[in-house]
Design a protein around this ligand. Structure first.
Ligand SMILES: [Zn+2]
Length: 846
């Protein structure tokens, strides 16, 4: 392993020229172990940023400014379409081919309101360059076939192919995707806010596409958009990882050969400031059998400072965290405690991926008659904060969170390079300094300095950007049980009108074109076309696999796993408690218990005080229920895992807080308990439409195995029904609820049930082990009562109706155990099925 105590030695100097590129700036960021090179291509003006690190998961991303000028979804349809194929790689779907035939660890494409980004990552150098090579060619030289446009964008066809008397319908991948998005209340709110807060800018349009507008897009407009924005001159290449800068430049020089500089102004214009607040009304779909009472969603959003003013943006992000980020936040508390609505609106917080920042806050499940009161409460609370200031400990807690997250070098579900890419594009896209967001320690130090010099700085900024800022929108969203019916009716009428307005020969032609498209879609790519995709050779793949160093040990008799790895001064602690023996009637309560123990008071501290303690000493506190088969499927296991991370210096306090939570939790505060239940109910409810496939999969799987049954019981529709009932009966049943949760606590939290998992450098492991002894001391030795429970699984053929313009279907099969030789083959088959046959028939052919 190389020395990771600092950043890689610079290999190029500012001013140096290489392969037709000029190095503009070199800067080391030792805290995150990165050396940054800001580079420009002489001939095309393409901008390049390489963050050289010790990470062998190299990332390559092409970012383009793609400001939309309407809501036809052009940037989104183009994002899908360029990945279909290029002259050099003339396959019908190169993206899917790369997914199948490379060792990519990340491959995707993202459409934002003002940019499109194409990232790929791999841990194998040859594979990395193969991916980068194909991706660059796709982005810069796509085939842009008419068929691709029809398939990804929109086309007409008959509901019964060849039957010209059947209905004429619109189909298309992006069109269908956006119909799904336009059924989700969260996306509808976001759209309404953005349209009205930035009425004269690109954000007034939906880059993803409005299903009502998508069908007006023409093939010529589609080609023109690519010609305008997809040039190296308009591109920003973001590269991260351990491959040297000179190798990347040699590669890029080859990729950019033949490209010329073009004249283009794609800069994102600022929205001019509104001088008076606006009020807007909208609707969102709910189920026909749902009550309309208390279903209004109210939000206020402000347009704030320019994104390129990094320090102002960071202070506003801190203020957002102070106002609504935790249970101790004054604006969140004022809104929840008012009883005017059930919980905070899901879009609350700051949005920094826009030219000018947006802050939003509001209440969910309120009533129309309270809109004025809610607006007044929000504005009054802000005025009071400006007058009285923020709690000092709250500020310290937020600064600690920013510091800790800046220090965290982790690969979550995304490569670490993706997180850094996000930081960079926040300023880079708007011609600000791309490196400014990488220097966390300095930024925090500056803000601390400003805070010391002027203790009222956060109040003053709150006054400037909230209280005195008239550029705001009040959005009132009302529920509408006929929302989808109305949409459907308008659509039907439009299609009938369209059908009657065209001649018979035109109808015949529509049918012929639709058939042509289907034929194109089922045609196999030729072997010659398939052979164009560069493939890895077996010798390119290392035979060894990465293993995480693990040492089994006992801490006062409790089994522990220790992982001594580089963690940049942060310790990761997980406590896994067995829950297999929890009685059947208490199983549905397990998710609620997590909500309660992490969200309520403990050991004499109120819930606000606990929230502050957690923010000051921990980097997040997790409670996860997890279940699976053993490797040979001989048994199943179920655990609750409580986890947190902390800077080494904070470990003693953090473990102390955890000990209070587990051993001395206080469930006595009624109002807080009711709010937490409502929040969980609303989050589950609004997750259904955007993640319908997951709910369908859980419902189907529950009939087959115990782990799948538990998973559905804890996270699926059954859980939503259970939480709804608990919320409705709260007044009557709260004593019973409290007793059950206390009983659960006794059954679960004891030494006999526990396995400890610790990850840190040796120094951190030592501190963690020493301090955890105190917690173990307080835990009882074994459980009060144990029962073996096994749920009765019953076959499911369920139809569940949801208020959406799209449907979700899941089919679940039981397969052999992990250790069965068939399982590896089945895993490959499953991947292959989703990437080829099923993908083609379901997604491509609609
Ligand atoms: Zn899409």
């Amino acid at each position: 392993m190389s020395d990771q105590s600092t950043s890689p030695q610079p290999t190029l100097q500012a001013g140096e020229e290489l392969h037709g590129f000029k190095v503009l700036r070199v800067k080391e960021f030792t805290e995150i172990r990165v050396t940054a090179y800001e580079i420009e291509h002489g001939k095309t003006g393409a901008k390049v940023l390489h963050l050289h690190s010790f990470d062998r998961e190299n990332l390559y991303a092409i970012g383009l400014r793609t400001p939309p000028s309407d809501s036809t979804g052009l940037p989104h349809i183009l994002e899908h379409s360029v990945l279909a194929g290029s002259e050099k790689y003339p396959l019908k779907d190169v993206f899917k081919e790369l997914m199948r035939s490379t060792l990519q660890t990340f491959i995707n494409a993202f459409t934002y309101p003002d940019k499109t980004i194409y990232p790929v990552a791999s841990q194998i150098k040859t594979d990395f360059f193969n991916l980068a090579r194909v991706y660059t060619d796709l982005v810069l030289h796509p085939r842009m076939l008419k068929e691709t446009f029809l398939q990804e964008g929109h086309h007409l066809e008959f509901s019964k192919p060849d039957d010209l008397s059947s209905d004429l319908i619109i189909s298309g991948i992006v069109y269908n995707e956006m119909k799904g998005a336009y059924s989700s209340s969260d996306s509808l709110i976001y759209k309404v806010l953005q349209e009205n807060l930035y009425p004269d800018s690109v954000y007034a349009f939906d880059s993803g596409g409005d299903p009502d507008v998508i069908p007006t897009l023409t093939y010529e407009q589609f080609r023109e958009f690519h010609r305008t924005y997809y040039s190296p001159t308009n591109a920003r290449f973001f590269i991260y990882g351990d491959i040297t800068t000179s190798e990347h430049l040699a590669f890029l020089a080859e990729m950019l050969t033949g490209s010329e500089r073009v004249e283009i102004d794609s800069s994102i214009k600022s929205q001019k400031r509104l001088t008076a607040p606006r009020v807007i009304r909208g609707t969102y779909p709910i189920g026909k059998d749902e009550s309309l009472q208390h279903k209004t969603i109210v939000n206020i959003a402000w347009m704030m400072s320019d994104n390129t003013d990094y320090e102002a943006s960071l202070i506003l992000e801190i203020i957002s965290a102070l106002l609504v980020g935790s249970a101790a936040s004054p604006l969140r508390k004022a809104l929840i405690d008012s009883g005017l609505g059930e919980d905070l609106s899901p879009v609350s917080g700051i949005e920094a991926d826009l030219k000018q920042l947006m802050f939003c806050v509001g209440l969910r499940n309120t009533q129309s008659s309270d809109v004025e009161n809610i607006e007044k409460l929000i504005l009054d609370t802000l005025k009071n904060i400006v007058a009285d200031g923020f709690d000092k400990e709250l500020i310290e807690g937020v600064l600690h969170q920013v510091e800790l997250h800046g220090k965290e070098i982790v690969r979550g579900s995304y490569p670490y390079g993706i997180a850094l890419m996000g930081n960079v594009f926040q300023t880079w896209l708007y011609d600000g300094d791309p490196l400014i967001g990488l220097d966390f320690p300095r930024a925090i130090e500056n803000i601390r300095g400003r805070w010391t010099a002027d203790p009222q700085i956060f109040q003053k900024m709150t006054q400037q950007w909230f209280v005195d800022n008239p550029h705001r929108v009040l959005a009132i969203m009302e529920p509408d049980a006929d929302f989808n019916d109305k949409k459907e009716k308008i659509y039907q009428e439009k299609m009938i009108k369209l059908k009657s307005s065209v001649s018979d020969s035109e109808l015949t032609q529509i049918n012929a074109e639709a058939k042509e498209l289907k034929k194109f879609q089922v045609e196999q790519d030729s072997p010659q076309a398939a052979a164009t995709i560069p493939k890895l050779k077996l010798e390119d793949i290392t035979k060894s696999i990465d293993t995480i160093p693990t040492q089994n040990s006992l801490i006062t008799g409790i089994p522990a796993l220790e992982h001594d790895i580089f963690t940049n001064g942060i310790a990761y602690v997980d406590l896994a408690f067995d829950i297999a023996h929890v009685p059947e009637e208490l199983q549905p309560y397990l998710p609620l218990m997590g909500k309660m123990i992490t969200g309520m008071g403990a050991a004499g501290f109120t819930y606000e005080e606990m929230a502050k303690r957690i923010a000051l000493k921990m980097g997040g506190l997790g409670y996860d229920l997890t279940t699976a088969f053993t490797a040979d499927a001989g048994a199943t296991w179920q655990k609750v895992i409580i986890s947190f991370n902390a800077l080494y210096r904070n470990l003693p306090d953090a473990i102390n807080i955890l000990s209070d939570i587990i051993c001395a939790g206080d469930l006595s505060a009624d109002a807080r308990m009711r709010d937490l239940i409502a929040e969980r109910k609303n989050n589950l409810q609004s997750a259904i439409v955007p993640s319908g496939h997951i709910f369908a999969k859980m419902a189907a799987g529950a009939a087959l195995t115990v782990p799948a049954y538990r998973n559905e019981q804890w996270h699926g529709r059954t859980q939503l029904k259970f939480v709804e009932k608990t919320a409705n009966d709260f007044g009557r049943e709260k004593h019973d609820l409290r007793e059950k949760l206390e009983l659960l606590r006794k059954i679960i939290f004891n030494k006999e049930n526990l396995v400890i998992n610790l990850t840190a450098e040796a120094k951190g492991l030592k501190i963690a082990k020493e301090n955890i002894l105190e917690l173990l001391d307080k835990l009882p030795a074994s459980s009060a009562a144990k029962t073996q429970t096994k749920p009765l699984l019953a076959p499911v053929f369920a139809g569940i109706s949801i208020p959406a313009q799209v449907s979700y279907v899941a089919y679940v099969l039981k397969t052999p155990a992990y250790t069965d030789p068939a399982s590896a083959l089945l895993m490959i088959s499953a991947k292959e099925l989703s990437n080829s046959y099923l993908y083609k028939h379901i997604r491509v052919q609609g």
